[in-house]
Design a protein around this ligand. Structure first.
Ligand code: SF4
Length: 367
């Protein structure tokens, strides 16, 4: 074992009470106290925020959260909405399975729990889209009851404080961190502590160049003591992301309307309106004729664009099609929309349309 590793393997992280006390004192002065889901801090609002925050930064979530709450002020309103409307208010946030799970959970809460969010970890984790850390965050933030969390920010802070060498994404990493998360979480002021560790990770113990000079945990932090704060947590071992190609049709009719296709519930952009996709090897004109009931008067390739998903990268080639009179093989999953009155669309689709209809589609793609 190299000298530094041997040294910090022998070192002990600070006692849990000391960590919680330092974090809470820092939080009082420097933490985030004005997030919209903190005022009022109801279980419903905390739950929606936690789901939005699963893959998205706070700054982006705030905007979406306020709009979502204005349309779905309580769990009954969310449960009663149709999925299209929910997806419209989620469009642009990405990771759309979250919206489908949110909607399914709202319906389950109304049907089985009288519209009341449970506080027990096991019951929370039994709901769609709620894993161990999200369940902990909901219980802690909404009910101020003891529960550890391990979101991305808490992981980074704890991995550094205790100088965890295991690589993120491995069972060893998680198995090292959960017991720490449990030990460090205090039994009082749990909501504040949970917010504090998330805020410290977001504002001070950042992924790159952590601001150790401003950190309340500096004297307790093993990574800082051994100069490992830039090296921990170790970088994830990532396999090269596979590439996929797709051709999407931006079809307009003689009235300037755009043809949209509702995607199947599973798969990318599941349940969202999008541009019709041409199956590989079919050709745009043939797809229009045989599947959409349209005669393509002209087909023009537009500049391709790339979009990264978690497990693959998509290269989209948009094809602009001017359509003649429909012959009528339309189905319910196809609809014409004026460029200024589009439903919620995935971000790259919105971008393609915006580039072609700069004025009329401006700001109209989302509610
Ligand atoms: Fe993170 Fe530095 Fe604080 Fe350690 S001292 S927790 S590395 S910011």
């Amino acid at each position: 074992m190299p000298a530094a590793s041997a040294q910090h393997a022998a070192a002990q992280a600070a006692p849990p009470a000391a960590i919680a006390g330092k974090l809470l004192r820092w939080f009082e002065r420097h933490g985030r106290h004005d997030l919209p889901w903190q005022h009022p801090r109801s279980p419903y609002r905390v739950w929606v925020a936690e789901i939005m925050l699963q893959q998205t930064q706070v700054q982006t979530v705030v905007r979406y959260f306020e709009r979502f709450m204005a349309r779905f002020p309580d769990v009954q309103a969310l449960a009663a909405a149709d999925q299209d409307t929910v997806m419209r208010y989620w469009a642009g946030l990405g990771y759309y399975a979250r919206a489908r799970n949110l909607h399914a959970t709202a319906q389950q809460l109304v049907a089985q729990h009288g519209g009341v969010m449970p506080a027990a970890l096991a019951e929370l984790q039994a709901l769609p889209g709620i894993g161990r850390s999200t369940a902990g965050a909901i219980r802690a933030q909404a009910f101020d009851l003891w529960a550890p969390i391990l979101d991305g920010n808490a992981r980074r802070v704890l991995a550094r404080v205790a100088a965890i060498q295991a690589r993120p994404g491995t069972a060893r990493f998680d198995n090292s961190l959960w017991p720490l998360a449990e030990q460090y979480t205090p039994t009082a002021r749990v909501a504040d502590y949970t917010q504090a560790i998330m805020d410290l990770g977001a504002l001070v113990c950042t992924r790159r160049s952590p601001l150790c000079g401003q950190c309340p945990l500096r004297s307790a932090c093993l990574a800082y003591r051994f100069g490992l704060q830039d090296a921990l947590p170790a970088p994830r071992r990532r396999a090269a992301r596979p590439q996929r190609q797709v051709e999407l049709l931006l079809i307009t009719d003689s009235r300037g309307r755009i043809l949209l296709h509702k995607r199947p519930p599973a798969g990318i952009w599941g349940g969202l309106w999008s541009l019709p996709e041409v199956p590989a090897g079919t050709g745009a004109a043939r797809h229009c004729r045989e599947q959409l009931g349209l005669h393509a008067l002209s087909v023009q390739s537009l500049a391709p664009l790339r979009h990264a998903f978690t497990h693959f990268e998509l290269e989209i080639t948009p094809l602009r099609v001017q359509a003649g009179t429909p012959t009528g093989i339309m189905d319910a999953a196809l609809q014409w929309h004026a460029p200024g009155a589009l439903p919620g669309l995935p971000a790259p689709i919105r971008r393609i349309i915006k580039q072609q209809f700069a004025d009329s589609a401006q700001g109209a793609a989302n509610p």
